[in-house]
Design a protein around this ligand. Structure first.
Ligand code: GLU
Length: 436
């Protein structure tokens, strides 16, 4: 019989195909390292760990659209379902010029971990289009979104895989996705995406949920390390849906937001920035750059700012071995997905900086996505207070569990979150068994 494994003699495990192998510490490579780190803690479940190193399903689609000038442009789109052992795929869709398959694979895997860590009944998925949406008109963006949704329509659905907003996508994009999917299946299927506008089956509190979750776990962790929020200095990278809301909640609790950086520049004010004014400025100007009443802070100086709390809430790969050594914060709360490289993680650990990892710190968004999905199915909508109270309860419980595992095994919070999540996923995997 032909040796299908390609290795001498053994049919046991195929070597990973090249596109699944660790790229030079790109996001997927980082994810694989994180899985290797937890494998020794998985006991008998380690038998199934290979499952986590391969996405269940990865779809690459061509997305052609007619531009306003009459020409046709082609964009590359992806939807990756990393794991569905615990439930349907779930995770956002990002529009960014740097999106790659490897990145979307890693982001889908982090969704599996995140969803298991907060114990919502989902697997992990992610999607994206390699495009700079700022260069598109509204009409072009709508056509792009609709064609992409149609192309991935064969694998998404309210009980199969439920997209949501991520970098550069919002409620409007979700409304177009929901409408396109609904037109294709011949019924209004609100549960196919979350993060929708309120009057289209969206949930109160969803827009603020990620930032609120960041704030909630930040407060919990601060208690553990004896850090008082009142008067604490906070630096935030990215002041959108995640960083802006988290910054506002910290400021409301008496913290000083001393530095903010985004793609338009960096600003600093020792006495604390006026956050409501800054949010207005960002809404009007598209970024923090040019905010009156603050000093200009150059990109590199941001990382060395005197502060107690640092919140990276932009893109991945921001805290690296080049800037980690200069970070003065006592605590880093990862609002973004994958903002800290593994080398930087180790540097921060050695310096005694507590890192609250993305897979728990920014899980508030998907938690309220879950509430939205449940509300859509039951066509019964909850009050904002009820949603926020449930969100806080989920985040606190998940964080307490992870904290305990970290103490027990003397590991970082990232490794502890992976231990909790991988055990849940692989336990489900084992109980379901292999088909056929
Ligand atoms: N894009 C968000 C995340 O990275 C939310 C995903 C969702 O709500 O499904 O967690």
């Amino acid at each position: 019989m032909q040796n299908l494994s390609g290795t001498s003699g053994s049919l046991n495990t195929h070597p990973l195909p090249s596109y699944l192998q660790a790229d030079k510490l790109g996001p997927w490579g980082i994810y694989l390292q994180q899985v290797d780190r937890v494998t020794p803690y998985l006991g008998n479940l380690a038998r199934w760990v290979e499952t986590l190193k391969r996405p269940k399903r990865a779809l690459i689609v061509d997305v052609p659209i007619e531009l306003d000038n009459g020409t046709v442009a082609h964009f590359e789109g992806y939807r990756v379902q990393h794991n569905t052992s615990r439930g349907p795929g779930k995770g956002g869709v990002r529009f960014h010029q740097d999106v790659t398959l490897s990145e979307v694979m890693a982001l889908s895997a982090w969704m599996s971990i995140k969803n298991a860590a907060v114990n919502v009944p989902y697997g992990g998925a992610k999607g994206g289009i390699r495009v700079d949406p700022r260069k598109l008109s509204r009409g072009e963006l709508e056509r792009l979104t609709r064609r992409y949704t149609s192309e991935i329509g064969i694998i998404i659905g309210p009980t199969k895989d439920i997209p949501a907003p991520d970098v550069n996508t919002n409620e409007q994009v979700m409304a177009w996705m929901m409408d396109t999917y609904s037109m294709n299946v011949g019924e209004t299927a609100t549960g196919v995406v979350t993060g929708k506008p309120i009057h289209l089956g969206g949930s109160l509190g969803r827009r603020e949920a990620t930032g609120r979750g960041v704030y909630t776990v930040g407060v919990e962790a601060a208690h553990h390390i004896g850090l008082t929020i009142e008067g604490a200095r906070v630096a935030v990278q990215g002041f959108g849906n995640v960083g802006g809301i988290a910054g506002k909640l910290f400021a409301d609790a008496g913290a000083r937001i001393v530095a903010v950086q985004d793609h338009t520049g960096g600003i600093y004010r020792e006495a604390g920035l006026d956050v409501p004014e800054l949010l207005r400025h960002v809404a009007e100007n598209g970024g923090v750059g040019g905010f009156p009443g603050a000093e200009v802070l150059d990109a590199d100086a941001f990382w060395g700012v005197d502060c107690e709390i640092l919140i990276p809430a932009a893109l991945e790969g921001q805290i690296t071995r080049d800037n980690a050594g200069r970070i003065k914060a006592r605590m880093v709360i990862e609002g973004a997905n994958g903002p800290t490289t593994p080398e930087a993680d180790d540097i921060l650990h050695d310096k005694g900086v507590l890192v609250l990892p993305d897979v728990i710190a920014n899980a508030g968004g998907v938690t309220v996505s879950y509430f939205e999905w449940v509300q859509d199915f039951s066509s019964f909508f909850w009050s904002e207070d009820e949603i926020n109270a449930r969100l806080v309860r989920v985040m606190k419980e998940a964080f307490a569990g992870v904290w305990q595992v970290a103490q027990e095994h003397r590991v970082s919070l990232r490794t502890a979150t992976f231990i909790v999540a991988c055990q849940r996923i692989l336990h489900a995997r084992e109980m379901r068994g292999l088909y056929p």
